[in-house]
Ligand binder design. Structure first.
Ligand SMILES: [Zn+2]
Length: 453
């Protein structure tokens, strides 16, 4: 096999020019076409030639352009003229196939500009190849529809919707926005959507409406995290408005107040406890607000039934002093508006472990996000190499028929001579059904932190 610097055996290299940045390589195909590409007739006339510039993989740190002397032919039979097909060259672009495939792989790992710069093409070209690459992946990669689904918000340039599999701690989709129509469209096309049992979400009406419409069988559960967070927000309002009323000197007495107040009571160290007691004595409202925050968490931690949660909430809301009504208004209103779905948590506490993982991922993605479009981030997250959580399921056990028994070994059962078990050929790995649950959230965080995405 002929060898050349290009490692493209179908080409003969005629000239090679190089400068600090680039290789310019003149080449031509070794084999003329033997038949008309239209009618298959074998008699062809030469009909001129042209030079085509084909981009190839960077080599030795330099960009590579191939100048291919492409011949044109005319068929003696059908009279149609055609240029010779170029082996290893992409049929959509003036690039080698290996370059297109390399750009595709790179485009989910790196910024488009860095790839464009390395290869010597425009960023727009990289974007188009990325789109083709991702749509190819979409066709081949199918994630299992979660039985317990999470629908959350993730802020990437603007708020987006992230769909997760709660039981498997994986991401299965990122939607460009949080609109009802977008979520409906996504849910409608999901295979096996009628198997979805629970949907955990934050208090966002379009999510609820979409799920109610498309997944009537699913139980909606408001994620605990989003509810208790509002108790922290209320306390923050009290703290900030108190600070506004204080003199700079008094304010210095509240050093690290934000940090201490948001801590759970059981996690406070001795020093923090003293500080808190001191502030509470000086600013009683702050003390009441802190107590309300803690007691609201207590509704979740101490109630194991809906009734208990309801009673605890009633007691809790009566403890809000008139001065603090404003600060706790949002939380009270959310509880009122979302009560049935908030209470579902006390029947189906489905949301515990993944929220924390998801929050780490959201933080990691926001660090990663700079310089990427949403589509690129989505592809990185969904198709990152090595992040998919798969399960290999053996095919159903099928009883071997007696009439096909030839080389099989027969095992006889010790205590019952009549009961014979047929041997079964071991399933090879190709027979295994692969279930792909999506991108593992913890693995994604690790990959992002290791700079591999
Ligand atoms: Zn022809």
């Amino acid at each position: 096999m002929p060898v050349n610097i290009l490692n493209l055996p179908a080409y003969a290299v005629a000239e090679l020019h190089e400068n600090d940045h680039d290789y310019h390589i003149k080449a031509s195909t070794r084999q003329h076409p033997v038949a008309c590409i239209h009618c298959g007739h074998e008699k062809l006339d030469g009909f001129g030639r042209r030079e085509q510039m084909i981009k190839d993989l960077p080599m030795h740190g330099k960009r590579v352009g191939l100048y291919v002397d492409t011949r044109r032919f005319r068929c003696k039979s059908c009279q149609v003229t055609f240029y010779e097909p170029l082996p290893s060259v992409n049929d959509k672009r003036l690039m080698t196939n290996r370059l297109v495939s390399w750009i595709g792989h790179q485009s989910v790992k790196r910024t488009f500009t860095s790839i464009a710069d390395e290869v010597g093409v425009t960023e727009g070209t990289v974007r188009l190849i990325f789109k083709d690459y991702v749509s190819e992946l979409e066709k081949t990669v199918r994630f299992e529809t979660p039985k317990w689904m999470g629908i959350d918000e993730i802020y990437l340039i603007k708020p987006r919707c992230v769909i997760s599999n709660i039981q498997n701690n994986t991401i299965v989709e990122l939607l460009p926005n949080r609109n009802k129509e977008t979520v409906i469209k996504y849910l409608r096309q999901l295979p096996g959507k009628d198997q979805i049992q629970y949907v955990a979400m934050d208090m966002w009406m379009p999510y609820r409406d979409a799920v109610t419409e498309v997944l009537p069988q699913a139980t909606i559960v408001i994620d605990k995290f989003h509810v208790v967070r509002m108790a922290n927000d209320a306390l923050e309002k009290v703290r900030k408005s108190l600070r506004e009323k204080l003199t700079p000197k008094q304010r210095r007495g509240l050093m690290h107040d934000h940090f201490v107040l948001l801590k759970r009571e059981r996690d406070l160290n001795d020093k923090e406890q003293v500080l808190l007691a001191h502030w509470t004595a000086k600013h009683p409202d702050l003390g009441v607000a802190y107590r309300l925050k803690e007691d609201f968490f207590g509704i979740y931690e101490k109630s194991s039934t809906v009734t208990e949660a309801l009673i605890r909430y009633e007691i809790w809301s009566k403890a809000i002093t008139p001065e603090l009504q404003d600060a706790f208004h949002d939380l009270n209103r959310a509880w009122t508006n979302w009560r049935p779905w908030i209470l579902n948590y006390f029947v189906h506490p489905v949301t515990n472990t993944y929220t924390e993982s998801l929050n780490s991922l959201i933080r990691a993605m926001n660090r990663l996000g700079r310089g990427y479009s949403f589509e690129a981030l989505r592809a990185k997250i969904l198709f990152a190499h090595g992040s998919h959580k798969r399960e290999y399921i053996r095919p159903k056990f099928i009883r071997r028929r007696a009439e096909v028994e030839d080389t099989g070994i027969r095992f006889s059962c010790a205590d019952d001579g009549d009961d014979l078990i047929d041997s079964v050929v071991t399933a090879s790995t190709e027979d295994l059904e692969i279930v792909n649950y999506g991108a593992d959230i913890d693995l994604l965080v690790q990959l992002i932190e290791a700079g591999e995405i």
